[in-house]
Write a protein that binds this ligand. Structure first.
Ligand SMILES: [Zn+2]
Length: 256
């Protein structure tokens, strides 16, 4: 019943027990998962995990934190991976201005623009990571009107959300909406049209309350769904259904 639209099972934090964690998800009501890559190696691994597990799909892309590794060869590898049957999006890509030792902004933008172009060429949606780079992120989205995607782990303003929605994009929320200090979350979640909202764990990061600080996995998606349901003013079952259907439509997944 739940679609965790963004979880990194390729992450080394799952090396010791990946199969056990994935095997337990059906009992937790998790019907579908998308595992986005963050560099060539992890995109390859995400695609392998998707091949092995019917309910897992993958995305391939170079995350802004890995932008220094972005080369024409890397782009060619991402493109080849995107042609795989279970790779349903380009991602995660974007801009992250949080870390001082991150790749310079121009380097991040170069990687981002090339991958937005790739998504347009392949007709795939993108998974966009924007951290403290709202203005430049919006500029990039506007530069590719033919490309649609999702702003994952949404942390921007209501105004930015409205502009993204007008551009045809989706908005996705993580466990951060369950945090006590998430003051903007209720208003922003409530303002997203029903057909444009998705939920995700961003595992192994961003564990929701009451598991904050622990390793996250998709079985905790229900806490995010509960919070989203409250803010949307619908039942938890209804929110699960809405976000499942939206995720399937967004990623072009017919059925499992
Ligand atoms: Zn992520």
């Amino acid at each position: 019943m739940y679609f965790d639209t963004h979880a990194h099972y390729d992450d080394p934090q799952f090396d010791a027990d990946r199969e056990e964690v994935l095997a337990a998800l059906a009992d937790a009501g998790v019907e579908l998962v998308v595992d986005p890559g963050s560099d060539v190696r992890s995109s390859r691994l995400a695609a392998e995990i998707a091949e092995k597990h019917g309910f897992v799909y993958a995305a391939a892309g170079i995350h802004p934190e890995s932008a220094a590794e972005f080369t024409p060869d890397a782009l060619a590898e991402i493109k080849a991976l995107c042609r795989g049957g279970k790779v349903v999006a380009v991602g995660e890509i974007g801009l992250d201005y949080h870390y001082e030792d991150a790749a310079p902004r121009e380097v991040q933008q170069k990687a981002l623009y090339a991958q937005l172009e790739l998504a347009g060429e392949l007709g795939l949606p993108v998974i966009f990571h924007d951290r403290e780079a709202h203005e430049d992120s919006l500029r990039a989205v506007r530069a590719f009107p033919g490309v649609k995607g999702v702003f994952h782990c949404y942390s921007g303003s209501l105004e930015t959300a409205r502009e993204l929605l007008a551009l045809g994009w989706h908005i996705s929320f993580t466990g951060s909406i369950t945090f006590k200090n998430a003051r903007k979350a209720p208003e922003i979640v409530a303002a997203i049209p029903r057909e444009r909202i998705m939920i995700e764990t961003d595992s192994p990061y961003m564990a929701p309350t009451p598991f904050r600080g622990r390793r996250n996995d998709s079985s905790y998606i229900k806490y995010i769904c509960e919070a989203a349901a409250r803010f949307m003013g619908v039942s938890e079952a209804e929110a699960a259904k809405i976000t499942l259907e939206n995720g399937k439509r967004f990623y072009g997944i017919e059925k499992i």
